[in-house]
Design a protein around this ligand. Structure first.
Ligand SMILES: [Zn+2]
Length: 119
């Protein structure tokens, strides 16, 4: 078996030896936006109300709008494996998503709304 790139980077979490693998899902970008925390390092912005400075490790709910975060979208260039390790180590109920996938889905939704909804 050959291991290449980040997809197969080994992660050692406690006594378990696991690998980071990207999983694909169909998700509703509009609904996701309300439960996303966009992070840059450990701090991020609520996708629902745009509140800034939220620590993803210590703050499971937005202090401003009370949204419970389900998704974490890292900034391009952040190491997803490092974030996954932190999520696992802290036992957080967060799903790490690929930010560019979300942005693509969101612009696609906006575009389709533009063509089907003249209002
Ligand atoms: Zn919020």
């Amino acid at each position: 078996m050959t291991r290449t790139g980040q997809e197969a980077t080994e992660v050692v979490s406690g006594v378990e030896k696991q690998s980071a693998v990207r999983v694909w899902h169909f998700l509703d970008a509009g609904a996701m936006k309300k439960e996303i925390l966009f992070i840059d390092d450990n701090y991020g912005q609520c996708g629902n109300c745009k509140q800034l400075g939220i620590n993803f490790v210590t703050t499971p709910r937005c202090p401003a709008c009370s949204t419970t975060f389900r998704y974490l979208a890292a900034k391009a260039g952040q190491d997803p494996v490092k974030i996954l390790r932190r999520i696992a180590a802290e036992g957080l109920k967060l799903q790490l998503i690929e930010r560019s996938d979300f942005e693509k889905a969101e612009s696609r939704d906006k575009l389709s709304g533009f063509f089907t909804d003249p209002a």
